[in-house]
Design a protein around this ligand. Structure first.
Ligand code: NAD
Length: 503
Protein backbone atom coordinates (compact mmCIF):
# COMPACT_ATOMS: atom_id res chain seq x y z
CA UNK A 1 0.00 0.00 0.00
CA UNK A 2 1.43 3.41 -0.90
CA UNK A 3 1.38 6.27 1.59
CA UNK A 4 -1.34 7.94 -0.49
CA UNK A 5 -3.64 4.94 -0.65
CA UNK A 6 -3.11 4.36 3.06
CA UNK A 7 -4.02 8.00 3.76
CA UNK A 8 -7.08 7.79 1.50
CA UNK A 9 -8.26 4.68 3.38
CA UNK A 10 -7.83 6.45 6.73
CA UNK A 11 -9.58 9.56 5.43
CA UNK A 12 -12.50 7.40 4.32
CA UNK A 13 -12.81 6.11 7.88
CA UNK A 14 -12.94 9.67 9.19
CA UNK A 15 -15.45 10.67 6.51
CA UNK A 16 -17.72 7.69 7.16
CA UNK A 17 -19.31 9.19 10.25
CA UNK A 18 -20.13 12.42 8.43
CA UNK A 19 -21.62 10.47 5.52
CA UNK A 20 -23.81 8.64 8.02
CA UNK A 21 -24.74 11.37 10.53
CA UNK A 22 -24.39 14.43 8.29
CA UNK A 23 -22.94 17.67 9.61
CA UNK A 24 -25.57 18.87 12.04
CA UNK A 25 -25.79 22.04 14.11
CA UNK A 26 -24.71 22.04 17.73
CA UNK A 27 -26.80 24.26 19.98
CA UNK A 28 -26.63 24.35 23.77
CA UNK A 29 -24.71 21.07 23.83
CA UNK A 30 -27.26 19.29 21.60
CA UNK A 31 -26.71 17.98 18.09
CA UNK A 32 -29.69 19.17 16.08
CA UNK A 33 -30.82 19.36 12.46
CA UNK A 34 -31.99 22.66 11.01
CA UNK A 35 -35.47 23.48 12.29
CA UNK A 36 -36.71 23.54 8.71
CA UNK A 37 -35.31 20.03 8.23
CA UNK A 38 -33.42 21.29 5.17
CA UNK A 39 -29.89 20.21 4.28
CA UNK A 40 -27.32 20.96 1.62
CA UNK A 41 -24.52 18.82 0.28
CA UNK A 42 -20.82 19.36 0.85
CA UNK A 43 -18.57 17.90 -1.84
CA UNK A 44 -14.88 17.11 -1.96
CA UNK A 45 -12.95 19.19 -4.49
CA UNK A 46 -10.74 16.16 -5.13
CA UNK A 47 -13.40 14.37 -7.20
CA UNK A 48 -16.59 16.45 -6.66
CA UNK A 49 -18.21 13.48 -4.90
CA UNK A 50 -20.55 14.23 -1.99
CA UNK A 51 -19.05 13.97 1.49
CA UNK A 52 -22.08 14.70 3.67
CA UNK A 53 -25.43 16.41 4.03
CA UNK A 54 -25.17 19.57 6.09
CA UNK A 55 -27.88 21.23 8.19
CA UNK A 56 -29.14 24.30 6.33
CA UNK A 57 -29.74 26.61 9.25
CA UNK A 58 -31.73 29.82 9.09
CA UNK A 59 -33.11 32.54 11.34
CA UNK A 60 -34.92 30.11 13.69
CA UNK A 61 -31.72 28.12 14.31
CA UNK A 62 -29.79 31.33 14.92
CA UNK A 63 -32.47 32.39 17.45
CA UNK A 64 -32.04 29.10 19.31
CA UNK A 65 -28.24 29.33 19.24
CA UNK A 66 -28.28 32.92 20.50
CA UNK A 67 -30.63 31.93 23.34
CA UNK A 68 -28.21 29.14 24.31
CA UNK A 69 -25.23 31.52 24.12
CA UNK A 70 -27.05 34.08 26.28
CA UNK A 71 -27.88 31.46 28.89
CA UNK A 72 -24.30 30.16 28.98
CA UNK A 73 -22.90 33.70 29.16
CA UNK A 74 -24.45 34.14 32.62
CA UNK A 75 -21.90 31.67 34.03
CA UNK A 76 -19.05 31.61 31.48
CA UNK A 77 -18.81 35.41 31.46
CA UNK A 78 -18.50 35.52 35.25
CA UNK A 79 -16.19 32.53 35.67
CA UNK A 80 -12.76 33.51 37.02
CA UNK A 81 -10.23 33.80 34.19
CA UNK A 82 -8.01 31.16 35.79
CA UNK A 83 -10.83 28.61 35.46
CA UNK A 84 -11.46 29.52 31.85
CA UNK A 85 -7.72 29.17 31.29
CA UNK A 86 -7.80 25.61 32.60
CA UNK A 87 -10.69 24.55 30.39
CA UNK A 88 -9.20 26.17 27.29
CA UNK A 89 -5.90 24.35 27.88
CA UNK A 90 -7.87 21.11 28.04
CA UNK A 91 -9.43 22.05 24.68
CA UNK A 92 -5.94 22.66 23.23
CA UNK A 93 -4.76 19.23 24.42
CA UNK A 94 -7.85 17.59 22.98
CA UNK A 95 -7.30 19.31 19.61
CA UNK A 96 -3.76 17.95 19.48
CA UNK A 97 -4.96 14.48 20.37
CA UNK A 98 -7.17 14.47 17.25
CA UNK A 99 -4.63 16.18 14.97
CA UNK A 100 -4.70 13.54 12.25
CA UNK A 101 -8.49 13.46 12.07
CA UNK A 102 -8.60 17.26 11.81
CA UNK A 103 -5.90 17.32 9.12
CA UNK A 104 -7.45 14.55 6.99
CA UNK A 105 -10.94 16.02 7.30
CA UNK A 106 -9.69 19.47 6.30
CA UNK A 107 -7.85 18.03 3.28
CA UNK A 108 -10.93 16.17 2.02
CA UNK A 109 -13.36 19.02 2.64
CA UNK A 110 -11.24 21.90 1.32
CA UNK A 111 -8.51 20.47 -0.93
CA UNK A 112 -5.77 21.95 1.24
CA UNK A 113 -2.78 19.62 1.22
CA UNK A 114 -1.57 17.38 4.02
CA UNK A 115 1.97 18.78 4.05
CA UNK A 116 0.49 22.05 5.39
CA UNK A 117 -2.69 20.77 7.09
CA UNK A 118 -0.76 18.29 9.24
CA UNK A 119 0.13 21.38 11.27
CA UNK A 120 -3.38 22.87 11.34
CA UNK A 121 -4.31 21.21 14.63
CA UNK A 122 -1.05 22.25 16.27
CA UNK A 123 -1.61 25.84 15.22
CA UNK A 124 -5.24 25.62 16.41
CA UNK A 125 -4.07 24.28 19.76
CA UNK A 126 -1.47 27.08 19.97
CA UNK A 127 -4.24 29.62 19.43
CA UNK A 128 -6.18 28.17 22.36
CA UNK A 129 -3.11 28.00 24.63
CA UNK A 130 -1.97 31.51 23.81
CA UNK A 131 -5.32 33.12 24.63
CA UNK A 132 -5.99 30.74 27.55
CA UNK A 133 -2.87 32.05 29.25
CA UNK A 134 -4.11 35.60 28.88
CA UNK A 135 -7.56 34.86 30.35
CA UNK A 136 -6.62 35.44 34.02
CA UNK A 137 -5.51 39.02 33.23
CA UNK A 138 -8.18 39.81 30.66
CA UNK A 139 -10.18 41.99 33.07
CA UNK A 140 -7.19 44.04 34.19
CA UNK A 141 -7.02 47.76 33.47
CA UNK A 142 -5.24 50.87 34.61
CA UNK A 143 -5.40 53.24 37.57
CA UNK A 144 -5.43 56.83 36.30
CA UNK A 145 -5.07 59.20 39.24
CA UNK A 146 -5.52 62.94 39.66
CA UNK A 147 -5.12 64.88 42.91
CA UNK A 148 -8.82 64.41 43.68
CA UNK A 149 -9.79 61.22 41.96
CA UNK A 150 -8.73 57.73 41.28
CA UNK A 151 -10.06 56.32 38.00
CA UNK A 152 -9.89 52.58 37.63
CA UNK A 153 -10.44 50.94 34.28
CA UNK A 154 -11.31 47.32 33.78
CA UNK A 155 -12.60 45.15 30.97
CA UNK A 156 -15.59 42.90 30.88
CA UNK A 157 -16.72 40.49 28.17
CA UNK A 158 -19.06 42.14 25.69
CA UNK A 159 -21.57 39.24 25.64
CA UNK A 160 -22.49 36.56 23.11
CA UNK A 161 -20.67 37.17 19.82
CA UNK A 162 -21.04 35.88 16.28
CA UNK A 163 -18.02 34.42 14.47
CA UNK A 164 -18.31 34.02 10.68
CA UNK A 165 -15.48 32.24 8.92
CA UNK A 166 -14.41 31.53 5.31
CA UNK A 167 -13.42 28.25 3.63
CA UNK A 168 -9.69 28.65 3.34
CA UNK A 169 -7.88 26.92 6.24
CA UNK A 170 -11.18 26.94 8.18
CA UNK A 171 -9.98 25.05 11.28
CA UNK A 172 -7.02 27.32 11.95
CA UNK A 173 -9.06 30.47 11.28
CA UNK A 174 -11.97 29.37 13.45
CA UNK A 175 -9.68 28.75 16.41
CA UNK A 176 -7.96 32.11 15.81
CA UNK A 177 -11.30 33.89 16.22
CA UNK A 178 -13.06 31.64 18.74
CA UNK A 179 -10.21 31.11 21.24
CA UNK A 180 -9.81 34.80 22.19
CA UNK A 181 -13.59 35.26 22.40
CA UNK A 182 -13.88 32.37 24.85
CA UNK A 183 -10.79 33.46 26.81
CA UNK A 184 -12.31 36.94 27.17
CA UNK A 185 -15.49 35.40 28.66
CA UNK A 186 -17.74 35.75 25.62
CA UNK A 187 -19.92 32.94 24.37
CA UNK A 188 -20.01 32.25 20.64
CA UNK A 189 -22.34 31.40 17.80
CA UNK A 190 -20.17 30.18 14.91
CA UNK A 191 -21.35 30.19 11.30
CA UNK A 192 -18.71 28.43 9.18
CA UNK A 193 -18.46 28.71 5.40
CA UNK A 194 -20.89 26.53 3.48
CA UNK A 195 -18.06 25.11 1.29
CA UNK A 196 -16.14 23.75 4.32
CA UNK A 197 -18.38 22.83 7.27
CA UNK A 198 -16.66 19.71 8.59
CA UNK A 199 -13.83 20.78 10.90
CA UNK A 200 -16.06 23.35 12.62
CA UNK A 201 -18.20 20.39 13.67
CA UNK A 202 -15.10 18.63 15.00
CA UNK A 203 -14.05 21.73 16.92
CA UNK A 204 -17.26 22.08 18.94
CA UNK A 205 -17.31 18.36 19.66
CA UNK A 206 -13.67 18.35 20.79
CA UNK A 207 -14.18 21.45 22.94
CA UNK A 208 -17.25 20.05 24.70
CA UNK A 209 -15.63 16.63 25.23
CA UNK A 210 -12.71 18.49 26.83
CA UNK A 211 -14.97 20.29 29.31
CA UNK A 212 -16.30 23.41 27.59
CA UNK A 213 -19.78 23.86 29.08
CA UNK A 214 -22.76 23.45 26.71
CA UNK A 215 -23.93 26.64 25.04
CA UNK A 216 -20.54 28.39 25.34
CA UNK A 217 -19.73 27.51 21.72
CA UNK A 218 -22.66 26.94 19.36
CA UNK A 219 -22.53 25.97 15.71
CA UNK A 220 -25.07 26.89 13.06
CA UNK A 221 -24.40 25.84 9.47
CA UNK A 222 -26.07 27.44 6.52
CA UNK A 223 -25.79 29.97 3.74
CA UNK A 224 -24.26 33.38 4.27
CA UNK A 225 -27.30 35.29 3.04
CA UNK A 226 -29.53 33.26 5.32
CA UNK A 227 -27.95 31.95 8.58
CA UNK A 228 -25.02 34.42 8.33
CA UNK A 229 -27.31 37.40 7.76
CA UNK A 230 -29.62 36.40 10.64
CA UNK A 231 -26.61 36.21 12.96
CA UNK A 232 -25.39 39.67 12.03
CA UNK A 233 -28.86 41.15 12.54
CA UNK A 234 -29.64 39.45 15.85
CA UNK A 235 -30.09 41.90 18.75
CA UNK A 236 -28.73 39.32 21.24
CA UNK A 237 -25.36 39.25 19.47
CA UNK A 238 -23.09 42.06 20.60
CA UNK A 239 -20.28 41.83 18.07
CA UNK A 240 -19.41 40.09 14.83
CA UNK A 241 -15.92 38.80 14.11
CA UNK A 242 -15.82 38.16 10.38
CA UNK A 243 -13.18 36.73 8.07
CA UNK A 244 -14.00 36.73 4.39
CA UNK A 245 -14.31 38.86 1.29
CA UNK A 246 -14.30 42.64 1.42
CA UNK A 247 -17.70 42.93 -0.27
CA UNK A 248 -19.23 40.55 2.29
CA UNK A 249 -17.73 42.77 5.01
CA UNK A 250 -19.61 45.76 3.55
CA UNK A 251 -22.86 43.77 3.58
CA UNK A 252 -22.33 42.70 7.18
CA UNK A 253 -21.67 46.27 8.24
CA UNK A 254 -24.97 47.34 6.68
CA UNK A 255 -26.85 44.36 8.16
CA UNK A 256 -25.46 45.05 11.64
CA UNK A 257 -26.17 48.79 11.55
CA UNK A 258 -29.67 48.57 12.98
CA UNK A 259 -28.48 46.79 16.12
CA UNK A 260 -25.26 48.88 16.32
CA UNK A 261 -23.09 45.82 16.01
CA UNK A 262 -19.41 46.08 16.85
CA UNK A 263 -17.54 44.57 13.91
CA UNK A 264 -14.08 43.19 13.33
CA UNK A 265 -13.21 42.43 9.72
CA UNK A 266 -10.33 40.42 8.28
CA UNK A 267 -10.86 40.76 4.55
CA UNK A 268 -9.19 40.25 1.21
CA UNK A 269 -5.71 41.15 0.01
CA UNK A 270 -3.63 41.72 -3.12
CA UNK A 271 -0.33 41.69 -1.35
CA UNK A 272 2.90 42.79 -3.04
CA UNK A 273 6.25 41.09 -2.64
CA UNK A 274 8.78 43.75 -3.67
CA UNK A 275 12.22 42.54 -4.75
CA UNK A 276 15.11 45.01 -5.18
CA UNK A 277 18.25 44.05 -7.10
CA UNK A 278 20.39 44.19 -3.94
CA UNK A 279 18.35 41.46 -2.20
CA UNK A 280 19.33 37.89 -1.41
CA UNK A 281 17.64 36.60 -4.54
CA UNK A 282 17.82 32.89 -3.70
CA UNK A 283 15.87 33.46 -0.52
CA UNK A 284 13.52 35.91 -2.25
CA UNK A 285 12.61 33.32 -4.92
CA UNK A 286 11.85 30.72 -2.25
CA UNK A 287 9.79 33.12 -0.13
CA UNK A 288 7.83 34.60 -3.04
CA UNK A 289 6.92 31.17 -4.44
CA UNK A 290 6.10 29.81 -0.98
CA UNK A 291 3.77 32.71 -0.23
CA UNK A 292 1.73 32.26 -3.42
CA UNK A 293 1.84 28.53 -4.12
CA UNK A 294 1.43 27.17 -0.58
CA UNK A 295 -2.12 26.63 0.74
CA UNK A 296 -3.24 26.51 -2.92
CA UNK A 297 -2.82 30.29 -3.02
CA UNK A 298 -6.09 30.44 -1.07
CA UNK A 299 -4.53 32.57 1.58
CA UNK A 300 -5.40 36.13 2.53
CA UNK A 301 -1.71 37.03 3.05
CA UNK A 302 -0.52 35.38 -0.17
CA UNK A 303 2.03 37.41 -2.13
CA UNK A 304 -0.10 37.62 -5.23
CA UNK A 305 1.74 40.55 -6.87
CA UNK A 306 5.44 40.15 -7.58
CA UNK A 307 7.08 43.56 -8.06
CA UNK A 308 10.64 43.12 -9.32
CA UNK A 309 13.25 45.79 -10.06
CA UNK A 310 13.61 46.03 -13.84
CA UNK A 311 17.36 45.25 -13.81
CA UNK A 312 16.69 41.71 -12.53
CA UNK A 313 13.08 41.25 -13.69
CA UNK A 314 13.70 38.75 -16.52
CA UNK A 315 16.06 36.53 -14.55
CA UNK A 316 14.00 36.60 -11.39
CA UNK A 317 10.69 35.82 -13.08
CA UNK A 318 12.37 33.00 -15.06
CA UNK A 319 13.45 31.47 -11.76
CA UNK A 320 9.93 31.80 -10.33
CA UNK A 321 8.49 30.16 -13.47
CA UNK A 322 10.95 27.28 -13.06
CA UNK A 323 9.79 26.69 -9.47
CA UNK A 324 6.13 26.93 -10.52
CA UNK A 325 6.69 24.33 -13.25
CA UNK A 326 8.36 21.92 -10.81
CA UNK A 327 5.60 22.08 -8.16
CA UNK A 328 3.64 18.88 -7.74
CA UNK A 329 -0.11 19.27 -8.19
CA UNK A 330 -2.11 16.33 -6.92
CA UNK A 331 -4.20 14.60 -4.30
CA UNK A 332 -4.17 16.59 -1.06
CA UNK A 333 -3.43 13.46 0.99
CA UNK A 334 -0.28 12.64 -1.01
CA UNK A 335 2.57 13.77 1.27
CA UNK A 336 4.51 15.04 -1.78
CA UNK A 337 1.71 17.25 -3.12
CA UNK A 338 2.27 21.00 -2.85
CA UNK A 339 -0.84 22.27 -4.64
CA UNK A 340 -4.17 20.46 -4.19
CA UNK A 341 -7.55 21.16 -5.75
CA UNK A 342 -9.22 24.54 -5.30
CA UNK A 343 -12.14 24.53 -2.88
CA UNK A 344 -15.09 24.23 -5.28
CA UNK A 345 -15.94 24.26 -9.01
CA UNK A 346 -17.43 27.76 -8.63
CA UNK A 347 -14.17 29.09 -7.26
CA UNK A 348 -12.18 27.14 -9.84
CA UNK A 349 -14.22 28.77 -12.61
CA UNK A 350 -13.39 32.19 -11.15
CA UNK A 351 -9.66 31.43 -11.05
CA UNK A 352 -9.67 29.98 -14.59
CA UNK A 353 -11.48 33.08 -15.89
CA UNK A 354 -8.41 35.16 -15.03
CA UNK A 355 -6.29 33.13 -17.46
CA UNK A 356 -8.45 34.36 -20.34
CA UNK A 357 -8.55 37.89 -18.99
CA UNK A 358 -4.75 37.95 -18.65
CA UNK A 359 -4.36 36.92 -22.30
CA UNK A 360 -7.00 39.42 -23.45
CA UNK A 361 -5.34 42.25 -21.55
CA UNK A 362 -1.91 41.45 -23.03
CA UNK A 363 -0.06 39.70 -20.19
CA UNK A 364 2.13 36.66 -20.85
CA UNK A 365 1.49 33.33 -19.18
CA UNK A 366 5.03 32.33 -18.19
CA UNK A 367 3.97 29.22 -16.25
CA UNK A 368 0.76 27.25 -15.77
CA UNK A 369 -2.40 28.97 -16.94
CA UNK A 370 -4.43 25.79 -17.28
CA UNK A 371 -6.56 23.24 -15.51
CA UNK A 372 -4.96 19.90 -14.61
CA UNK A 373 -6.89 16.74 -15.52
CA UNK A 374 -10.61 16.32 -15.96
CA UNK A 375 -11.58 15.32 -12.44
CA UNK A 376 -11.63 17.73 -9.49
CA UNK A 377 -10.66 21.39 -9.23
CA UNK A 378 -6.93 21.18 -10.01
CA UNK A 379 -5.20 24.22 -11.47
CA UNK A 380 -1.52 24.51 -12.37
CA UNK A 381 0.63 27.03 -10.45
CA UNK A 382 0.62 30.07 -12.66
CA UNK A 383 2.83 33.08 -13.32
CA UNK A 384 1.79 36.07 -15.41
CA UNK A 385 4.59 38.32 -16.65
CA UNK A 386 4.51 41.53 -18.63
CA UNK A 387 1.59 42.75 -16.55
CA UNK A 388 0.75 46.34 -15.76
CA UNK A 389 -0.85 47.42 -12.53
CA UNK A 390 -4.13 48.46 -14.14
CA UNK A 391 -4.91 44.91 -15.32
CA UNK A 392 -7.56 42.87 -13.50
CA UNK A 393 -4.88 40.26 -12.67
CA UNK A 394 -2.97 42.99 -10.78
CA UNK A 395 -5.95 44.59 -9.03
CA UNK A 396 -8.36 41.79 -8.10
CA UNK A 397 -7.96 39.07 -5.51
CA UNK A 398 -7.82 35.81 -7.52
CA UNK A 399 -7.32 33.59 -4.45
CA UNK A 400 -5.54 30.75 -6.22
CA UNK A 401 -1.96 29.70 -7.03
CA UNK A 402 -1.65 32.59 -9.44
CA UNK A 403 1.08 35.24 -9.36
CA UNK A 404 1.22 38.48 -11.34
CA UNK A 405 4.71 39.90 -11.96
CA UNK A 406 5.23 43.61 -12.66
CA UNK A 407 8.58 45.38 -13.16
CA UNK A 408 9.49 48.62 -11.36
CA UNK A 409 12.30 51.17 -11.78
CA UNK A 410 13.09 52.54 -8.33
CA UNK A 411 11.69 53.03 -4.82
CA UNK A 412 9.11 55.64 -5.83
CA UNK A 413 7.87 53.49 -8.68
CA UNK A 414 7.69 50.39 -6.43
CA UNK A 415 5.74 52.31 -3.80
CA UNK A 416 3.29 53.77 -6.24
CA UNK A 417 2.56 50.35 -7.83
CA UNK A 418 2.40 48.59 -4.45
CA UNK A 419 -0.05 51.11 -2.98
CA UNK A 420 -2.20 51.48 -6.09
CA UNK A 421 -4.78 48.81 -5.13
CA UNK A 422 -7.90 48.85 -2.97
CA UNK A 423 -6.41 46.36 -0.53
CA UNK A 424 -3.78 46.77 2.18
CA UNK A 425 -3.37 43.55 4.16
CA UNK A 426 0.29 42.48 3.93
CA UNK A 427 3.48 43.44 2.07
CA UNK A 428 6.81 41.66 1.72
CA UNK A 429 10.01 43.57 1.04
CA UNK A 430 13.33 42.17 -0.14
CA UNK A 431 16.40 44.42 0.06
CA UNK A 432 19.71 44.40 1.90
CA UNK A 433 19.68 48.19 2.26
CA UNK A 434 18.44 48.96 5.78
CA UNK A 435 17.71 52.62 5.05
CA UNK A 436 15.67 51.68 2.03
CA UNK A 437 13.73 49.14 4.11
CA UNK A 438 12.94 51.90 6.63
CA UNK A 439 11.81 54.32 3.92
CA UNK A 440 9.70 51.73 2.17
CA UNK A 441 7.98 50.29 5.25
CA UNK A 442 7.15 53.85 6.37
CA UNK A 443 5.14 54.41 3.24
CA UNK A 444 3.74 51.02 2.23
CA UNK A 445 -0.01 50.83 2.76
CA UNK A 446 -0.36 47.50 4.57
CA UNK A 447 -1.32 46.39 8.05
CA UNK A 448 1.51 43.84 8.21
CA UNK A 449 4.91 43.91 6.56
CA UNK A 450 7.71 41.40 6.51
CA UNK A 451 11.24 42.44 5.53
CA UNK A 452 13.44 39.72 3.98
CA UNK A 453 11.01 37.05 5.10
CA UNK A 454 7.91 35.14 4.19
CA UNK A 455 4.91 35.42 6.54
CA UNK A 456 6.22 34.23 9.90
CA UNK A 457 3.55 34.62 12.56
CA UNK A 458 4.07 35.57 16.17
CA UNK A 459 0.75 35.39 18.02
CA UNK A 460 1.23 38.49 20.25
CA UNK A 461 1.68 40.75 17.20
CA UNK A 462 -1.28 42.60 15.65
CA UNK A 463 -2.90 40.88 12.66
CA UNK A 464 -5.11 42.84 10.29
CA UNK A 465 -5.26 45.10 7.27
CA UNK A 466 -5.78 48.69 6.16
CA UNK A 467 -8.00 50.03 3.35
CA UNK A 468 -10.38 47.36 1.98
CA UNK A 469 -8.48 44.61 3.83
CA UNK A 470 -10.08 45.05 7.18
CA UNK A 471 -11.10 46.86 10.29
CA UNK A 472 -9.50 46.11 13.64
CA UNK A 473 -6.64 43.91 14.75
CA UNK A 474 -6.38 40.43 16.22
CA UNK A 475 -3.58 39.06 18.34
CA UNK A 476 -2.51 39.69 21.91
CA UNK A 477 -4.37 42.48 23.66
CA UNK A 478 -5.97 43.64 20.43
CA UNK A 479 -8.26 40.62 20.42
CA UNK A 480 -9.39 41.30 23.98
CA UNK A 481 -10.10 44.94 23.17
CA UNK A 482 -12.56 43.71 20.58
CA UNK A 483 -14.28 41.01 22.64
CA UNK A 484 -14.45 43.15 25.80
CA UNK A 485 -15.88 46.47 26.93
CA UNK A 486 -13.57 48.83 28.78
CA UNK A 487 -15.29 50.57 31.69
CA UNK A 488 -14.03 53.29 33.97
CA UNK A 489 -14.97 53.79 37.64
CA UNK A 490 -14.01 57.00 39.41
CA UNK A 491 -13.49 57.23 43.20
CA UNK A 492 -12.87 60.45 45.15
CA UNK A 493 -9.43 60.54 46.76
CA UNK A 494 -10.55 63.37 49.00
CA UNK A 495 -13.81 65.14 49.61
CA UNK A 496 -13.93 67.77 46.89
CA UNK A 497 -16.45 70.58 46.65
CA UNK A 498 -19.58 69.34 44.85
CA UNK A 499 -21.30 72.19 42.94
CA UNK A 500 -24.57 73.26 44.65
CA UNK A 501 -27.36 74.31 42.34
CA UNK A 502 -30.51 76.21 43.18
CA UNK A 503 -29.18 77.48 46.51
P1 NAD B 1 -17.02 35.07 1.80
O1 NAD B 1 -17.01 36.50 2.19
O2 NAD B 1 -17.71 34.67 0.56
O3 NAD B 1 -17.66 34.17 2.95
C1 NAD B 1 -17.15 34.20 4.27
C2 NAD B 1 -18.26 33.84 5.23
O4 NAD B 1 -19.26 34.85 5.20
C3 NAD B 1 -18.97 32.53 4.91
O5 NAD B 1 -19.23 31.83 6.11
C4 NAD B 1 -20.26 33.00 4.28
O6 NAD B 1 -21.32 32.09 4.42
C5 NAD B 1 -20.54 34.26 5.07
N1 NAD B 1 -21.43 35.24 4.43
C6 NAD B 1 -21.61 35.46 3.11
N2 NAD B 1 -22.54 36.43 2.93
C7 NAD B 1 -22.95 36.83 4.16
C8 NAD B 1 -23.88 37.79 4.63
N3 NAD B 1 -24.59 38.55 3.80
N4 NAD B 1 -24.03 37.94 5.96
C9 NAD B 1 -23.32 37.19 6.84
N5 NAD B 1 -22.44 36.25 6.44
C10 NAD B 1 -22.24 36.07 5.11
O7 NAD B 1 -15.48 34.64 1.78
P2 NAD B 1 -14.89 33.25 1.28
O8 NAD B 1 -14.99 33.22 -0.20
O9 NAD B 1 -15.49 32.17 2.10
O10 NAD B 1 -13.37 33.40 1.75
C11 NAD B 1 -12.36 33.96 0.98
C12 NAD B 1 -12.11 35.40 1.39
O11 NAD B 1 -11.71 35.47 2.76
C13 NAD B 1 -10.98 36.05 0.63
O12 NAD B 1 -11.35 37.34 0.25
C14 NAD B 1 -9.84 36.11 1.64
O13 NAD B 1 -8.87 37.09 1.41
C15 NAD B 1 -10.59 36.34 2.90
N6 NAD B 1 -9.76 35.99 4.06
C16 NAD B 1 -9.22 37.01 4.81
C17 NAD B 1 -8.39 36.71 5.88
C18 NAD B 1 -7.76 37.81 6.71
O14 NAD B 1 -7.27 37.51 7.79
N7 NAD B 1 -7.75 39.05 6.26
C19 NAD B 1 -8.13 35.39 6.20
C20 NAD B 1 -8.69 34.39 5.41
C21 NAD B 1 -9.52 34.70 4.34
Amino acid sequence: MTKLSDNIARAQDYMARFAKEGVMNRIGGQTVPAQSGETFQTISPVDLKPLAQVAKGGAADIDAAVAAAQKAFATWGRMPGAERRKILHQVADAIEARAEEIAFTECMDTGQVLRFMSKAALRGADNFRFFADKAPQAEDGQALRTANQMNVTSRRPIGPVGVITPWNTPFMLSTWKIAPALAAGCTVVHKPAEFSPMTARLLVEIAEDAGLPPGVLNLVNGMGEDAGKALTEHPGIKAIAFVGESRTGSMIMAQGAKTLKRVHFELGGKNPVIVFDDADLDRAVDAATFMIYSLNGERCTSSSRLLVQDSIYDDFTARVAEVANRIKVGHPLDPDTVVGPLIHPEHEAKVLSYFDRAREQGATIAAGGEKVGEEGCFVRPTLFTGATNDMAIAQEEIFGPVLTAIPFRDEEDALSIANDVDYGLAAYLWTNDLNRAMRMTDRLEAGMMWVNSENVRHLPTPFGGVKASGIGRDGGEWSFDFYMETVNVSFPRQLHKVPKLGG
